[in-house]
Ligand binder design. Structure first.
Ligand code: NCD
Length: 339
């Protein structure tokens, strides 16, 4: 395993991730990808450690991917699903976390529909003085660091499978299209892709990409833990065409109907016509453009069904595969006791 320097105990956001940290994740994930191609796909790295998946919100790929990653590292795994837990009897989130702590949990992987819950649990663990690592597996509309890191790994390994590293993205044009307002995936990706030197072009109808969205990444909001993004690296478009023109990668996002509090779109048909990604619209991009989607997909809405299944353009299955190696890397980096 690479001996990358790693000083982070929790992974809650990518806003303050450094170039060295991104490269450590990519390099470590590449080693685990190699392990996963062997006949015996398991390593003893986290033997005896307990990884608890605390998913207070539904998930297919993120939860299964973290579980498999932990198992491939030989950790013991605990799975929690809010609907079948004591939360239905009134137990609070912090008390649930403390229950898992009392069972000897070393790493808590947390998903919640409210932004800030993984941070709150991490703070509580630090306050108690226990060495429990917290990994944010998606909190409300805030962040989804492991998804953005697996997207980064998928893109970088496509460019150079032998040595994925962020410098490969310098000057690349990446379009992020769809429900950006409600997307934690977009927020985490904006941090990682701009930190890698890519140009990020956001495209959506104004109701799903308010002008004010740019403020979140601007100098006004910059602070110790949240840097600003240079204006020449982040662009907002309310039409699809300028975002797609000469793009190297197109990332489509699911319309998050469950988070929409008002009727933000005239109809799904019109949305697909204007912002849905199809083979014809990809003609505007670079000839060897690739399309990503974090899943779950609304087929025929944000992306046409045939394009989604076309291996010439679609990286969607590769993203899911990369997810296991990247999550092994994250569990290894925070859990191997170096911090
Ligand atoms: C995303 C999520 O849950 O944030 N999916 C995922 O983790 N693969 C995106 C989504 O729900 O649309």
């Amino acid at each position: 395993m690479p001996t990358a320097t790693w000083n982070r105990h929790h992974i809650l956001s990518l806003a303050d991730f450094s170039a060295v940290e991104y490269d450590a994740v990519l390099q470590t994930a590449a080693s685990f990808q190699e392990v996963l191609s062997r006949r015996t796909k398991k390593v003893p790295t986290l033997q005896g450690q307990v990884v608890a998946n605390l998913f207070f919100e539904s998930s297919t790929r993120t939860r299964s991917s973290f579980e498999l990653a932990a198992k491939r590292l030989s950790a013991d795994t605990l799975n929690f699903a809010a609907a079948t837990s004591s939360m239905t009897k009134g137990e609070t989130i912090l008390d649930t976390a403390k229950t898992y702590l009392a069972m000897g949990t070393d790493i808590m992987v947390i998903r919640h529909r409210e932004a800030g819950v993984p941070n709150a649990i991490a703070q509580e663990m630090d306050r108690l003085g226990v060495r429990v690592c917290v990994l944010n597996a998606g909190d409300g509309q805030h962040e989804h660091p492991s998804q953005a890191l697996l997207d980064l790994f998928t893109i970088c390994t496509l460019i150079d499978p032998t040595r994925p590293r962020i410098e490969l993205l310098k000057g690349k044009k990446i379009a992020i299209v769809g429900d950006i307002l409600h997307s934690r995936v977009a927020r985490s990706n904006i941090w990682s892709l701009t930190a890698s030197g890519a140009e990020v072009h956001l495209a959506a109808p104004p109701t799903l990409l308010p002008k004010l969205f740019a403020e979140y990444f601007s100098e006004e909001t910059a602070g110790e833990f949240q840097p600003s993004i240079p204006k020449r690296q982040l662009f907002l478009h309310w039409q699809l065409e300028p975002a797609l023109r000469d793009a190297d990668f197109v990332m489509t996002l699911r319309l998050q109907k469950e988070r929409m509090t008002a009727h933000l779109l005239p109809s799904l048909r019109e949305y697909h016509q204007l912002f849905g990604i199809t083979r014809a619209k990809l003609q505007l991009c670079k000839p060897n453009v690739k399309v990503l989607h974090p899943g779950p997909v609304n087929r025929g809405v944000e992306i046409s069904s045939d394009l989604m299944d076309d291996p010439e353009f679609s990286l969607i299955q590769a993203q899911v595969t990369s997810g296991v190696a990247v999550r092994m890397a994250l569990l290894y980096l925070i859990g191997s006791g170096k911090v």
